[in-house]
Design a protein around this ligand. Structure first.
Ligand code: HSE
Length: 401
């Protein structure tokens, strides 16, 4: 954090205008009212469905965004809705109006980072979004502040609570995918559209945000290879068990000289590996750097209070006029280019000839039976990303860690 001497005196009391009152909005309400010493108050909450029953007095609610955006008493707009387009409109209007903004909308932020960066530069208004990446793990501010000098080489981890919850319940309790997903939804971990979780979009959005704060590169999510856990079948699960492993959905970005690459894939993780102990909705982030070498953070990555707590921490940082400086972007000449990166993967497929052998550098294991076929082999990230067979029915790719 910048000191009061550098930034002027801290604000005495902040009035918040909240957009959205779903799981995270209610989490923020709870943590704000259970935390002593935080000098902030929610003045108004803008919602879409006034007919819904809510655990908060009706006078807080409005359906008119202008009641927040045009209220001079409101210093901070907290955007917690799940519609990415509408969220961008709210955030840009608030920043343009000179208000500080806090958001946890990873989809919106990942897609609109260049515009959001430009708006912050133009208006000088701060925009904080720690709650968008791994909820309770303070990773963005750490990348901005603590890892400002050390040469980071990779950032990876389990960035999605819902899929980690599902995988844990499948491996530990033999639950079906559907049952485990229903429990994750009941726990308030899943997105309103859970395909964002199970198909790996959500952790990829978080990865794109971290790419900017770790390596200073703006990367559109469409440029990053991803696969989730929705293609997993009983054969894959038995295969993992037979090798003494569990499965985790891992997002990863890494640097090789000036080049940065990224992807998000399920990974076999041996039972003794540190990620195997990261269970249910917990997330983990591992950083590798030249001087500190490996460090990792673990914490709840989803849920009302863990995310509400991260949002509250951003609100609290605004009292000291904290802003992201995006120093990595201004400092370095890195660029996004997956060329040259290679992965070792397990590819399970259905039909002979379905997967192009010529795409692989080397195949070290082959299997075919009436139930399934698979290969384990080395493939370049570029070839894997371009492979048409990757999205075909009956094909699943898992990274061999
Ligand atoms: N659906 C997200 C997850 C919520 O499961 O991780 C937190 O970003």
């Amino acid at each position: 954090l910048r000191t009061a001497r550098e930034t002027g005196p801290a604000k005495q009391f902040m009035k918040l205008g909240l957009f959205g009152f779903g799981c995270v909005g209610q989490g923020l309400w709870k943590v704000l009212h259970e935390t002593r010493g935080i000098r902030a108050d929610i003045k108004r909450i803008c919602i879409k469905h006034p007919e819904k029953q809510r655990p908060v007095p009706a006078h807080f609610f409005t359906t008119d965004p202008a009641e927040i955006l045009n209220d001079p008493e409101i210093d901070v707009v907290v955007e917690l809705i799940d519609d990415a387009e509408a969220a961008f409109e709210i955030v840009s209007a608030a920043l343009s109006g000179g208000k500080a903004v806090v958001s946890a909308n990873k989809k919106m932020i990942a897609h609109r980072l260049p515009e959001l960066y430009a708006l912050q530069q133009k208006t000088g208004a701060p925009f904080l979004y720690e709650g968008a990446c791994c909820a309770s793990i303070p990773i963005i501010r750490n990348l901005e502040e603590y890892y400002d000098n050390d040469l980071l080489t990779s950032v990876e981890g389990i960035f999605n609570g819902t899929t980690n919850f599902i995988l844990t319940r499948i491996f530990e309790e033999h639950l079906s995918f559907g049952e485990a997903l229903r429990l994750a939804q009941a726990g308030g971990f899943a997105e309103s559209d859970p395909t964002l979780d199970v198909e790996g979009y959500d952790p990829k959005f978080k990865l794109c945000i971290l790419l900017l704060h770790a390596f200073g590169v703006f990367v559109q999510p469409e440029k990053v290879l991803h696969s989730g856990i929705s293609r997993l079948n009983d054969f894959d699960i038995e295969f993992a068990r037979s090798r003494g492993s569990v499965l985790k959905l891992v997002a990863r970005c890494f640097r090789d000289n000036d080049k940065v690459a990224a992807y998000c894939l399920p990974r076999f993780v041996p039972a003794g590996h540190r990620y195997a102990g990261v269970k249910n909705e917990y997330n983990a982030v591992t950083l590798e750097s030249a001087f500190s070498e490996r460090q990792w953070f673990v914490g709840k990555g989803a849920g009302d209070k863990p995310t509400g707590c991260a949002v509250l921490s951003d609100v609290s940082a605004l009292r000291y006029l904290y802003k992201y400086e995006y120093r990595k972007f201004s400092q370095n000449g890195t660029f996004f280019d997956p060329a040259g990166a290679e992965l070792t993967v397990y590819v399970r497929y259905e039909r002979e000839g379905q997967v192009a052998e010529s795409d692989f550098e080397e195949i070290s294991e082959r299997y075919a039976s009436g139930r399934a076929r698979y290969w384990i082999g080395r493939i370049s990230l570029e070839k894997l990303q371009a492979a048409k067979w990757l999205k075909e029915e009956g094909v699943n790719v898992i990274e061999c860690g």
